[in-house]
Write a protein that binds this ligand. Structure first.
Ligand code: BEZ
Ligand code: FE
Length: 324
């Protein structure tokens, strides 16, 4: 038995009541947005004849996602992060803020407060013996080609198992996370290890949702960046290492052609000695171009709750409060 009730006055009045349209308080914007989202979901239930069993199993998946703080993982998997990037790209194009290195998604694994180094330093703690040594370097320039000295280059990436410090308790604090201040020529150079790709935990509710879509939860080997400098637009981006099977098949939709960078293997003894290494290594060069802006809001990364910027007591959020 298929019924269609969405367009009836009862359901439309019900939606207005749920969204608080008849109430003085609250936020008009929240009311409008919730009304739209709930209307779309109610219509979906009607159109697809969603059964109570299907509805409650979806609620159970949402509970599991929340319990596992997995929404930040599912969000890029369902393309929301890339869609927000597409909107920011369109806004930049309309305002003629063009010519800079392309942005791409931040992902859920940034941690604030990484150690700061001037120009050069080392990102790995030396414990990951499976990780091939990587020499990561480049120059930050403006759209006229002038070097940007003193730019803040925040870099974070996974280890040889695809794990990130802080989220992976086996790694030391801030392993593979650094803030590098560019030198007088706008350059940065760090020693680290070649990362491996990241895969969603196979038993996670995120992977459960992806399985329903017939999709994998893998990301190619990649390195994250935040780059900022006064007078320039803040840039959130990543590079994807060329040659990974997932370079052009990222479940998080972060790959952009201009951000695919080769890791070049170097076994020349002179080069090895010059970098004070004891064997062959791979060099990754990523030069960055920042667009200029006077707008203060565009010079900072957008606000978002991030690890260590907001301490959360998750259990306390579920505790009830006395009714008044
Ligand atoms: C990452 O930063 O590696 C990441 C991004 C999106 C989803 C999962 C992981
Ligand atoms: Fe990542």
């Amino acid at each position: 038995m298929t019924v269609k009730i969405f367009d009836t006055p009862e359901v439309q009045n019900f939606l207005n009541t749920i969204a608080g349209f008849d109430q003085e308080g609250g936020s008009d914007r929240a009311k409008q947005i919730l009304h739209r989202i709930l209307s779309d979901l109610f219509r979906t239930i009607d159109d697809y004849d969603i059964t109570p069993e299907e509805y409650w199993s979806a609620v159970s998946v949402l509970n599991a996602l929340g319990q596992g703080t997995q929404f930040g993982l599912l969000s890029p998997g369902l393309g929301f992060d890339h869609f927000l990037d597409m909107r920011m790209d369109a806004a930049d194009a309309e305002a003629k803020r063009t010519g800079g290195t392309p942005r791409t998604i931040e992902g859920p694994l940034y941690v604030a407060g990484a150690p700061e180094v001037q120009g050069t330093g080392r990102m790995d703690d030396g414990s990951d013996t499976d990780g091939e040594t990587m020499w990561l370097n480049g120059q930050v320039r403006d759209t006229q080609g002038n070097p940007v000295a003193g730019a803040k280059v925040e870099v974070w990436h996974a280890n040889s198992k695809g794990g990130y410090s802080f989220f992976d308790p086996t790694q030391s604090e801030y392993n593979l996370r650094r803030t590098i201040i560019t030198d007088s020529d706008g350059r940065y150079a760090v020693r680290s290890i070649i990362p491996s790709g990241y895969g969603c935990p196979p038993d996670s509710p995120t992977q459960e949702v992806l399985n329903l879509l017939g999709r994998h939860g893998e990301r190619p080997a990649h390195i994250h960046y935040f780059i900022s400098a006064p007078g320039h637009q803040h840039l959130t981006t990543q590079i994807n290492l060329a040659g990974d099977p997932y370079t052009f098949d990222d479940f998080a939709f972060a790959t952009r052609e201009e951000l695919v960078i080769p890791a070049n293997r170097i076994d020349d003894a002179g080069e090895i000695a010059r970098r004070e290494l004891d064997g062959p290594f791979s060099e990754v060069v990523f030069d960055i171009v920042l667009a200029k802006t006077d707008e203060a809001a565009l010079q900072n990364r957008h606000a978002r709750p991030r690890a260590k910027e907001r301490e959360q007591d998750q259990a306390s959020q579920l505790a009830g409060t006395a009714r008044v």
